[in-house]
Design a protein around this ligand. Sequence first.
Ligand code: EPZ
Length: 430
Amino acid sequence: MEQYIIKGGSPLVGEVEIGGAKNAALGILAASVMTTEPVIIENLPDVRDTAVLIQAMESIGTVVERLDRHTVRVNAANISDFTIDDGYIKKIRASYYMLGSLLGRFKTAEVALPGGCNIGSRPIDQHLKGFRALGAKVEVSRGMISAKSENLSGSHIYMDVVTVGATINIMLAATLATGKTIIENAAKEPHVVDVANFLNSMGASIKGAGTDVIRIKGVERLHGTTYSIIPDQIEAGTFMFAAAITKGDVMIKNVIPKHLESISAKLIEIGCEIEEFDDCLRVAAPRRLSNTHVKTLPYPGFPTDMQPQIATTLALSEGTSIVTESIFENRFKYVGELQRMGANIKVEGNTAIIEGVDSFTGASISAPDLRAGAALVLAALVADGISVIDDIKYIERGYEDFPEKLTALGAFIEKVETERDIQKFKLKVG
Ligand code: EPZ
């Protein structure tokens, strides 16, 4: 089984290039099947989640040609099937965006019901509420969601919770509905805006994305486009915290600083130096960091996808910190792994009370989910000694070339498969 092996103790120094946003790419890939004309998508991250969604698209007749590692040409002229089966949904939940795009274009779609996952139950009631408001008949049976409608008509939809997925899914279907749709209490994440901008580049009429009221005027059809995906806010934030926790000095390139404001604010609060430029920013941590309190919130609040990374950093900061997870009900599963490295964290409900310790020791640990896995890599980068991380398939869902990018910054990390690989690494790093 593939693992990461890491020898801690080297401050990260140098430059890293951030890739395209995974969570924008998934909505944009799904939206690309809403036209019969070719669509070129650039700055596509080469990660497991996008690869699986492309397979799901191909399974119903979409032709996806890879022009280079980060560019695809999508041709959905000959889609012959409207059912995305269990296999794909089990691998990535965001396959459910195909519900919105197929319902929008073909007025019919069937997608396997996504289960919960490692961070929570993750219901999809708001997605279904939106499709029904647009006039679709939605049924859930035999583990499948089917949505059908003679013709979708615009509606005024009030979201009961701020939800990225439902906001994007409803926006997809409403784009080709008849008449106007208003989504109130919409999610404002950068990737919601990127999907809206992509759809508008195809001829959609969407206004207000990035605010909590999105107005969509249905159009007859969408045309082809060439579009470049925004940089990944969470990959950037992960490297910002990697620089902080290792007391390094890293220039993080190809970012939109505006998208990182809540992350930069917290890093400054705990003692980091941040320098912002047009499309990059520098993070330096010259001394031991101090404590803070943080609560995860919908954008522009501190992102839940950065919660494991800040908690891990605070576990080595001076003093007591409190981290409150307000979005998902089960997103502290990594704390047990950190405790095995010497962290002093107590989880009570959706709050972690963190007493900063002086150091971690290396250990054998497992990644419980994507962002927690990335946080455990950060912990291993600064731990005394060697750590081995299992279940790295979670991490590879959302981070392209993670070991290579860290190695280029001075980290000692390798992907290994056998005991022999581990011994060779240990000999090499001494
Ligand atoms: C997206 O998940 C992201 N995934 C998640 O990133 C991210 O953590 C999350 O947004 C929040 O920012 C993708 O974009 C592919 P939500 P999503 O719907 O859309 C509740 C990562 O690491 N809810 O915004 O599933 C839900 O239970 C992943 O890249 C309902 O109650 O998240 C949660 O408490 C992990 N009913 C809250 O809303 C619904 O119908 C926010 O969920 C939908 C959601």
